[in-house]
Design a protein around this ligand. Sequence first.
Ligand SMILES: [Zn+2]
Length: 351
Amino acid sequence: MIMFKASYFDGKRSCGLPVYINLQGATIYIQSEDGLPLLSVPLRECEISPPLGKTSRTIRFPNGAQCETVDLAAVETLWKNHGGKSLMNFVNCLESRWKMVGICLIGLVIFVLILSKYAIPLASKKIAFSLPHHLTDELSRSTLEILDYKYLKTSVLDDKVKNELKDIFFVLHEEIDPGSYYRLEFRKSPLIGPNAFALPSGLILITDELVEISQDNKELIGIMAHEVAHVKYRHGLRSVFQNSGIFLLISSLFGDVTSITSIGATLPTLLARSGYSREFEREADQTAGLYLIQKGWSTKPYQHILMRITKNVHSYPEESVFSSHPIAQERVFDLQKLEDNKIIKDTLIKN
Ligand SMILES: [Zn+2]
């Protein structure tokens, strides 16, 4: 038998009546302090509030009446008889044990890290590859408008030079990414100097200054192959979605919903600014390196122009689409390693 004190609310009056709650067998008996029986209800028909720290607990009856008590130990026994267990007790246990709360926080951090390292990149890749062409084109067009306005001028290169490079580019993109749409364009950029970038629509843009410092078309072939790889593997879109995915995750965790709605409108700026991760740059360099090796050429011309770009580049604006390429020495080292790999070289040249 369990007996404990409580306040009884009959559902009609707001003030509570002091009562005794008495559990006999599977039935709860409520009686006034004078011993007057008020109510008897089978325990299974009662609703007992789950434990929440040291707050009082409530027992609700089918007729709308309820009792409140601070005798937590007694209610806990009722709760167990009632079959209340597992999840809410576990939550209560967590709340009353700071150590457990700490462990949960660490768990949350690990969860977010796994999400940002694996789940978000995977989801970004899926979205980037399934984005309709008209959206990719629109996004690229708006991004180019920003870059044209801020950094680029009409090209003054000779048409003969441009057409020769366009012919080379046509063969190159058909070999690296057959059947996809690509276009090569030129811009003068005294502000940035020698550089190149790719937009997700397949537009590859080379500055006049880059053409001017090149000493051999094979140097530019390396650059063009690198930029085509960025488009082929959707590096630009994936970078935007990855960066905004992590941003959205943090925003939603901390309840800043306004930032979520603003993402769509700022995509072109995000694309211009997002840049590429080292992993994406390596993948693009590897594609360019393998393309040159497969052609039976060396990666040396490509290595040379990378070093020359680093020496001649005028400035790196905030738009990382220009500036995220890793340090030239590191890239040259990786290209040389690729070329020295006899197995890769022999396999590619045979095919
Ligand atoms: Zn790149």
